[in-house]
Structure formats: structure tokens, C-alpha cells
Design a protein around this ligand. Structure first.
Ligand code: NAD
Length: 261
């Protein structure tokens, strides 16, 4: 049997991994630590120009230095600071191709003890912050007739997890927002997808996950290892690249095979 020739050969050249993100301008929120930091660094390794947004200016600068990117100090709760960060990215790089809405908080609290203020803060950062960034960036992507938005939700939406009612409700909202934006922005060639990470071994996790709990996570997963921030960064890169051009409105679960659906 002869070799499988064209179009397979052309196809193979088309999908070479190197360079799929080359020159793309990416904003990563919460890029100062954990999943956001890994995502910013991975995108930069793939040749992207990265703007690292974080409420912690020092963390943003540290990550930005490592990826020769732009540091943006802004708070997901403050529309004015986010608008300034978006404008700064545009004046520095001239465009925005990809937005990764990753910044988030996850303090635990028993449902009966959650105060109005705690509920509101959780939603202000995790859900409304995502709304704000999407709304600030979308007009530029509409003008470009191209864009990729990747929202970070959580596997806890599928699991339902004790002490996280405010978090799970907000992360469920992120999935809903993703679906509607996919419908509204699709005609402008803007792709909006969502990732639900499982238990990811970040620095901040150490403060509330015991070794016993960490072992239980692995036990629950199909894959018997702790997931790393890079596992999420790689899927972000896929969703930001032309490799996922046929996908929008989707929720991609990256949890080591914990929740199967
Ligand atoms: N780590 C996990 O196991 C896990 C699992 C599922 C989902 N997630 C989600 O992934 C995202 C990142 O999680 P992580 O574990 O890397 O967190 P992290 O705490 O390690 O890093 C979060 C970063 O976001 C920044 N940030 C927090 N609030 C902000 C605000 N108001 N404005 C701007 N920046 C802010 C922090 O300064 C920090 O640099 C979050 O949305 C989280 O809910 C994490």
C-alpha cells in the first residue's frame, strides 16, 4: 500500500504545534500565581505576547518579568482598574487576541454562616469580574472579527462541595455566562469556552488541603497523580489556538478523570 499523500501531508504541516500561538496577544487574569502564572509562562514559551493582570502588583511583575510580558495591577472587583489594564494592553501591543479569565478566590465557609458580604465578594471576584473583563475586551475582538475567551470555572460545579456554596454558585454562573457569550459573540468569530479544573496542586492549595485530602483527590481521579497548573495551561493553549476553531460554548473538564460526563 502506498503512502497516504495529500491532503494528509498538507494537513500535517498545518497542525504543527510550534507557532500556533506565536505573536498572539494574551491577557491572563490572576497571572501572579498558580494556574494563571503557569498559563502566562506557557503561553510565552509558545511565542505569545502576554499581559499579566493581578491585584497583587509584585506578583504580576514577577510573572511578567519571567515571560518578558506586561505587568498589569488591577482588581477584578474594580471596573476602572480593569478598563485601564485593557487600554494599557492595547496601547502596548495594539490588539488583544486571547483573554484567559482565571483570577479567583475560594475561601471556605459553612452555608449557614456565609454573610451577605462574603457571598457578594465571592461573586464580585469570580463571576462579575469575569463579566467585566469579557465586556471590556469583547468590543476590541468584535472589531478584529476574531478572539478567544477562556473562562476558568471549577469541577466543584459538577461535584457540589461542602463549604463552597458561594463559590460553586459563582463558578456555575461562569459556565452559564460562557454559553450565552458563545451564542452572542459567535457571529463575530469570537470563541468562548470554559475549563473546569479539578484539584490542582498550587502553592495556595497548601494552606487548606491536608496531605490526607490530597491523597483522597488522587484516589477519586482515574489518573493517579496530582494535577499541576501546567495541565490547565496546556488546555488553555489549545482553546486559545486555531486547533480549537470548531469549538465554542463548551466546558472542558480537566480533572484527571474524576467527574465523567
Ligand atoms: N487550584 C485548584 O485546585 C482549582 C480548582 C478549580 C478551579 N480553580 C480556579 O482556578 C483559578 C486559579 O486558581 P489558583 O489555584 O491558581 O489560585 P491562586 O490563589 O494560586 O492564584 C490566584 C491569583 O489570582 C489573583 N487574584 C485573586 N483575586 C483577585 C482579584 N480580585 N483581582 C485580581 N487578581 C486576583 C491572586 O492575587 C493570585 O495571584 C481560580 O479561578 C480558581 O477558582 C482552581
Amino acid at each position: 500500500m502506498g503512502l497516504w499523500k495529500s491532503p494528509a501531508r498538507e494537513f500535517r504541516q498545518d497542525v504543527t504545534l510550534d507557532g500556533v500561538l506565536h505573536g498572539k496577544v494574551v491577557i491572563v487574569t490572576g497571572g501572579g500565581a498558580g494556574i494563571g502564572e503557569a498559563t502566562a509562562l506557557f503561553f510565552s514559551e509558545q511565542g505569545a505576547k502576554v499581559a499579566v493582570l493581578d491585584r497583587n502588583g509584585d506578583s504580576a511583575r514577577r510573572t511578567a518579568e519571567r515571560c518578558q510580558g506586561l505587568a498589569l495591577q488591577a482588581d477584578m472587583r474594580d471596573r476602572t482598574s480593569l478598563a485601564a489594564a485593557v487600554e494599557r494592553t492595547l496601547s502596548h501591543y495594539g490588539r488583544i487576541d486571547v483573554l484567559v479569565n482565571n483570577a479567583g478566590i475560594y475561601p471556605r465557609q459553612a452555608f449557614v454562616d456565609i454573610t451577605e458580604e462574603q457571598w457578594d465578594e465571592m461573586h464580585d471576584v469570580n463571576l462579575k469580574g469575569t463579566f467585566r473583563m469579557c465586556q471590556l475586551v469583547a468590543p476590541h475582538m468584535i472589531r478584529q472579527r476574531a478572539g478567544k475567551i477562556i473562562n476558568i470555572s471549577s469541577v466543584t460545579f459538577f461535584l457540589g462541595v461542602r463549604l463552597l456554596s458561594h463559590y460553586v454558585a459563582a463558578k456555575g454562573g461562569v459556565i452559564g455566562l460562557t454559553r450565552v457569550l458563545a451564542k452572542e459573540l459567535g457571529e463575530f468569530n469570537i470563541h468562548v469556552n470554559c475549563i473546569t479544573p479539578g484539584a490542582i496542586q498550587t502553592e495556595s492549595e497548601k494552606f487548606f488541603v491536608t496531605e490526607e485530602q490530597a491523597r483522597a483527590f488522587v484516589e477519586s481521579q482515574s489518573l493517579k497523580r496530582r494535577l499541576q497548573p501546567l495541565d490547565i495551561a496546556r488546555v488553555c493553549a489549545f482553546l486559545a489556538s486555531s486547533w480549537s476553531d470548531g469549538m465554542t460554548g463548551q466546558t472542558v473538564n480537566v480533572d484527571g478523570g474524576w467527574v465523567l460526563y
